[in-house]
Design a protein around this ligand. Structure first.
Ligand SMILES: CSC[C@H]1O[C@@H](n2cnc3c(O)ncnc32)[C@H](O)[C@@H]1O
Ligand SMILES: [Zn+2]
Length: 428
């Protein structure tokens, strides 16, 4: 059904950072018109759902630019550990126990959480990624998916799984990238192979990059160069490249990233929680690097809440640089919307603009924590929480409204998750 949102406060995230008061008409999944007052013709009145928006703020759907949705089932499984201990001693062994079915429900759980906090698209890397793809199709959210790649005896099988994902799941809502996990789990030869395949399949890559001091030190010991230089030399930057973390990047790395159009995904909570530190986001932005925001997974965050991630992202950088006027609210909101879309080479979402996909989130402007409202963008970035999300709309389809998910059976999902939790508690 087509939708008319009336009298809303519209944060466009366009180049002029326009905030308008008016109406949004959604037709066939696209934003057909944005204007001060849109009247429906007599013919349209029966086929268009009208949402009164005078107490609502409309923003472009949030894009979680780095997560592992299938890992949601490991929320709070291993906390308060440094990255390598967390990953190699706790998470990798636990992941051996996860079945395809578990990853389907785990992904659905992550998606349900994201829809409730206003996320309309996420970028993901995991195994059994076909299960995450099925959950994405079921829920109606958008995603850029990748099968995580590592060097071992199953390396070729994983590359084949990526190709199968591309053939079976690429669509208007799903894009498939290659997902080399990192420079410390992938051989240089694999990185080169991935670079070639990404070009051959006309797609992109996503990788964890320069996340910890260990990673960088080991890279210098083994290759006598930084992880960024290594990836560049392997050709990974000759296609669309989304680099998660980039905590330990120096000026030379940043110059390479800017020149090669590599996008950084800033994951402040995960970087803090795993004790890795803070990414030099301001330096990257100043040098022209496109920066988006991600939550990383529920196993390292421990939630998938993009509203919270925007808030922390801003505060952390201000504190780290001791400058209060950097990463202002409007810049942060763009990082969580249009910058993420651009990072994946998607140019029809992330902005509330006529002709763009109707990926829209409506927030309740009159909730106590959203009042008063001198600046709606500030309220969204600094004051909001998921309870303020009234509706999450993807391609014009209402997936969440007024506390209800329309494509996910919440009760059945809770039952499935509890039963997986019981099994994992007994077996790990
Ligand atoms: C092989 S599928 C993806 C792989 O990545 C792991 N993972 C999740 N978060 C992080 C992180 O912050 N750094 C490195 N690796 C991470 C996840 O457990 C999967 O095994
Ligand atoms: Zn990650």
């Amino acid at each position: 059904m087509d939708i008319l949102i009336k009298n809303a406060t519209i944060i466009t995230c366009n180049a002029q950072n326009e905030v308008l008061k008016g109406d949004i008409l959604i037709k066939s999944g696209r934003i057909a018109r944005i204007a001060e007052n849109i009247e429906l013709s007599i013919y349209e009145q029966s086929s268009v759902k009208v949402i009164e928006g005078k107490d609502l703020i409309a923003i472009p759907g949030l894009i979680n630019a780095h997560t592992h949705c299938g890992q949601t089932i490991l929320r709070s499984f291993a906390d308060d550990l440094p990255l390598y201990e967390w990953l190699f001693e706790k998470i990798f062994p636990a992941e051996e126990k996860l079945t395809k079915e578990m990853i389907y429900f785990s992904s659905l759980l992550g998606i349900a959480e994201m829809l409730k906090n206003g996320t309309t698209m996420f970028f993901d890397m995991y195994f059994h990624e076909d299960m995450t793809a099925k959950a994405v199709q079921q829920a109606g959210i958008k995603a850029v998916l990748s099968r995580g790649l590592q060097t071992d005896e199953k390396e070729d099988i994983r590359l084949d799984e990526t190709k199968e994902l591309i053939y079976n799941y690429s669509s208007d809502k799903i894009k498939v990238f290659f997902g080399p996990h990192s420079i410390y789990t992938c051989s240089y030869v694999l990185l080169e192979k991935v670079a070639q395949l990404a070009q051959e399949f006309k797609t992109g890559v996503m990788i964890h990059l320069s996340e910890s001091e260990n990673e960088v030190n080991e890279c210098y010991e083994k290759h006598d160069m930084s992880p960024v230089k290594l990836c560049s030399r392997a050709g990974l930057f000759d296609t669309i490249c989304i680099a998660a973390h980039c905590v330990y990047v120096d000026d030379e790395d940043i110059e390479i990233m800017a020149e090669k159009n590599v996008s950084c995904v800033y994951n402040p909570t995960s970087n803090l929680k795993l004790g890795n530190g803070f990414a030099p986001v301001q330096n990257m932005i100043k040098s022209g690097v496109n920066v988006a925001i991600g939550t990383d997974s529920a196993a390292s965050n421990n939630n998938l809440n993009m509203l919270e991630e925007m808030h922390i992202a801003s505060l952390l950088e201000k504190g780290m640089y001791r400058l209060s006027d950097i990463l202002k609210a409007e810049q942060i909101l763009k990082m969580a919307t249009v910058n993420a879309a651009m990072a994946a080479g998607i140019y029809n979402t992330g902005v509330l603009h006529e002709g763009f996909c109707a990926d829209i989130v409506l927030l309740k402007a009159n909730d106590f924590n959203m009042l008063p409202c001198y600046n709606p963008i500030s309220n969204v970035v600094y004051s909001s929480n998921p309870s303020n999300v009234y509706a999450t709309i993807v391609d014009g389809q209402i997936l969440y409204m007024d506390g209800k998910l329309f494509t996910i059976d919440e009760e059945a999902l809770v039952k499935e998750i509890k039963s997986i939790e019981k099994f994992l508690k007994e077996s790990i």
